[in-house]
Design a protein. Sequence first.
Lengths: 274, 947
Amino acid sequence: MAERTKALPLRAEIRRQLRRRRTQGIFTVIMLLPLILIGAFALGSEENDSGARGFVDLAQDSGANLVVFALFASTSFLLIVVVALFAGDTVPSEASWSSLRYLLAAPVRRERLLRQKLIVAGLFSVAALVLLPAWTLLVGGFAYGWGPYIGPTGDQIGWPEFGWRLAVITGYLLVSLLVVASFAFALGVWTDAPLAAVGGAVLLMILSAILDSITALGGIREGLPGHYAYAWADALSPTVDYSAMATGALWSVGYGVVLIGLAVWHFLRKDITS
Amino acid sequence: MASARAKGHRRRVRSGCAAFALLLAGTAAHSAPAVADDAAVTETALSITGTPEPDGRPVDLDVSILTTAPSTPRPAIVLAHGFGGTKADSAQTGRSLARSGYTVITYTARGFGTSGGRIHLNDPAFEGADARKVVDLAAQRPEVLKDAGDPVVGFAGGSYGGAISLVVAGLDPRVDAIAPAFTWSSLTQALFPQYAVTAPPTALADVSPVDQTGVFKQRWASLFFLGAGGREQNGTGEGSDLGLCGRFSAELCQGYLQTAESGRPDPGLVRLLDRSNPERLLAHITAPTLLIQGETDTLFPLDHADANLRGLPASTPAKMVWVEGGHDTQIDIDALLPHLEAWFGRYLKRDGSAPDTSFQIAVPKTSLVGQDPDQDTPVLTAASYPGRNSALQTSSFPLSGGAQTFISPPGGTPAALTNLPGTGGALGTLSSVGGYALGVLPGQSATFTTPPLTEPVTLAGSGSLELSVTSTTPDATLFISLWDLGPDTRTTPDPAGRGVTATPGTAVLPGLAVAPVRLGGLRPNTPQTVRVALPPVAHQVPVGHRMQVVASSTDQAYAVPSGTSVYRVDLGASEQLVLPRLQASAADPTRLDVPMPLVIVVSGLVLAGLAGMVLLWLRRRHAHPREDLRNTPLLVQDLVKTYGDGFRAVDGVSFAAERGQVVGLLGPNGAGKTTTMRMLVGLIRPDSGTIHVHGDPVHAGADVLVSVGAFIEGPGFLPHLTGWANLQAYWQATGRPIEEAHLDEALAIAGLGAAIHRTVRGYSQGMRQRLGIAQSMLGLPSLLLLDEPTNGLDPPQIKAMRSVLADYAASGRTVVVSSHLLSEVEQTCSHVVVMHRGTVILTGSMAELTATDDVTLVGLAEGSDVEAAQVVLRRAGLATVVENGVIRATGTLPRSEVVARLVEAGYPVESVDGRRQLEEVFMSLVGPPGQEADGTDAVLSARSADG
């Protein structure tokens, strides 16, 4: 029998996922987010006479500021849900449609199936995480102008420097969400239940955030998934301190390798009864 | 600060390691660096003779020598304590430096602790001479390194101890390096500050006051005076009732009391203070000098360090560092250790590090959105101090405000409140509008404001501007400050069209500092232009904020005139605020500081992951095909599968399927058919046994599965796709070219018509079933596995299915159909494998199983005497039994003969059959329902009967 490594080509997997309502829903939410933000600001702009300028005031300074605000607002939950959906749902949804067994019997090697699924989930996550800032920047630029980014301490980051910073931020967000993706993925492979995978990953991050708020835990907190979630803000200082981002990325990659390794190990031995 | 960062780093290293160790159950390597060694520091306490008091009384000084190696000559650092302290204050810093390889000498200055004598405020003739005696001591001690007979010795200290460092370096050429911190250049200017200046600044914090004593800094002076040592402790036994003056020298005390009572400087005090000013000695200092000054210091503001630096000879290596802290917050010298070690490392240890004459400045920022306590204050570095070896650059900002008239209130109250000296910066947190309301009193101040900034401005050092002052009295006392104001609170427009007084959203007074200006000899009611320096600060004003110069007639920290005046203050001709411009970059540009154990562990994990991938790739086994089975489409041998819960679903199943056969896998629900089917395509791993398809072993994802089409336990489709798209998506997933799919044939089998273009979500069960079977036939596999294919199909469809399967097998391919409906399989299959409770109880062709020569089934007409007919047959040597009204005759007699005997005997034979129903066969093997207990025996006996 000839070597067959072409099973489940990425193109095929992308088509499988692209036409799903879930995928379309996520991208719709991302496309709507900046519009919703701008609309909300427009509604609330007359009401603020509390004095000190808040993040919301700052967000309306420029498209760049709107991007940072949107990322800030979505880091703790939206991005986690998006990534958890893409990565966590991909295997158990096939199991729940009973199509997993037909893919495996097609045959698609199990490690290859996981690999292709992971790559495509990664591609969709990248697309979502690139689309969010890019689209927000575009929309925000038209709404609030193309001025420089103005930080909470009044530091300015002009163009094209801000573009580079945004690329660093997006890259870091992607790596830091690897822990979410791999946990959701592993959970999905383990349980065959899409809800368990996505919900479990989101729950993990919420629990982790709760533990993270207990300062008495001290240094252990640094190992909690999501502890370094906001480290990307360091990329908005006049000079970038990469320490926290690098540390966060390392933790995330470490967890990612372990969790994906466990998922593959389990899936290779698993009896497919779905 | 840097040491705090280093400690934080170590903490992170260890905790990171611990957490990962938890994760990996202890596989992480613990390689955290050891915390600073606790080498024992030997302290030798001794007493040396200091300079006698003017009245001839001897003075002893309390000294300690700290070292980790008493026998080794090492460079010496003398640590001088702050005002009101003792040598014990320096012990912690001393121990740290001793561990770094220095011999540290600490001593208690005269007038404090157990040292004798009185306080002369670092008078070179007393405290200065004492310090030289400490250098003498260093020259004698074996612990101290000598260079050509001279001791290698440096001086460091904060505040009072910083001033003595400057004084001794100016007096004694044996001093090799000094690091004075938080100290003064002129006590006169410190206690009677005057910020009316003669000329625009030449250096960053250059305040060159006019020759007129300034405003008495009453609150600080009181604190300073009350802080005189010996008030509580009088270890020398002398002066147990020192009274009001404490251990101050009598002249100093007298001068202070005069001043405090009048609020104006006593000439005698000024003369004495001038003796203590290091500025007179600066020109003699050749020792490399590290000047450290605090940014929150209204006692000795930054301009004192500036004056000290400018006073040094140009050839003296010097570096300026402005740090957070100062007398208003904290002046802990321990926090400066990294600076000290770097400086003394170069000039005492001569460690060869590059000369450093740069300028370092910490620049606090106003947060636009509340304070962020976690944020480190950014530290900027300039190649040199602007004004020393480089020109000072300035920027101008337009001010507006117009002439404003205000009063100096009678009795000096109410007075503006900008700072509470001695409370550790208690007002520092009051950086909001509240602070502005206390510090800028309406009717007592004039304000001049810049437009909102379009880019951030770093306030570093002292700005200046020209003011035109008109006073109703010959004297005028003003307090000039520079505020950072946020955008005004948004207010609804006044209906009358008059603007409502807007208040700034935020207001910050950098350094909580004001610049007192005292103008004398004015001609009443005649404007006079004066140049004033603003208080030197370090602060960043964000975009959108405004800078506001405030001229106030009062300030609670100072002695203000009690008489009443009316001032009219306007901007000078230039109407510009001139600020020094600092060309500096962040001290540590791009930082990357990652715990090393984490890097190692994660790298290890990634490598392990890569190794795992390689292993997986290598493991793609090319398991040994069996050449002898090349022509056998399917051979199953001794399959066993026990599920995790102990249920043995399949127990030794063996069968084969040949080309052209339609093999029925039969058995009731739970017989193990589906499990077997799943094993046939590698979905479930058998515990033991083998499956070969065309001689190739089957395992999960085996390549040979390409030639197997499967329909297992119902269809599986992506509900959001149409039937057509599903077939395409499935075929795409196989990665094979579309031409091999034979989609048209599959579509014909599905027979869905136009419904093929609807989403599967809306299909009936039968439609899905047919689509699933069609999917399994895509590519026309040589082995087709169908598990319960007729579920959900109506009778005509079942009939059509039968012919499809028959045709499929007729083309030389092989079909395996599982079903629990025996009658169905009977009509479809050429061969059957009967399973029951995980075992195969019967295999063979339909003909073999059901047609037998020795069995004849005879059906008689209604009402016939079956019993009598049996007797006839028994007589012929046949065994008979009646089943469902049909006589079953077993024996060697040919079938025609059996019928003939009955007909002869007159029995009306209606039917004769040589075949048994499959169900009948099955039931005969497993026994009727309810006798499950002996089912196994039935199977065993059936097998032996078969054999």
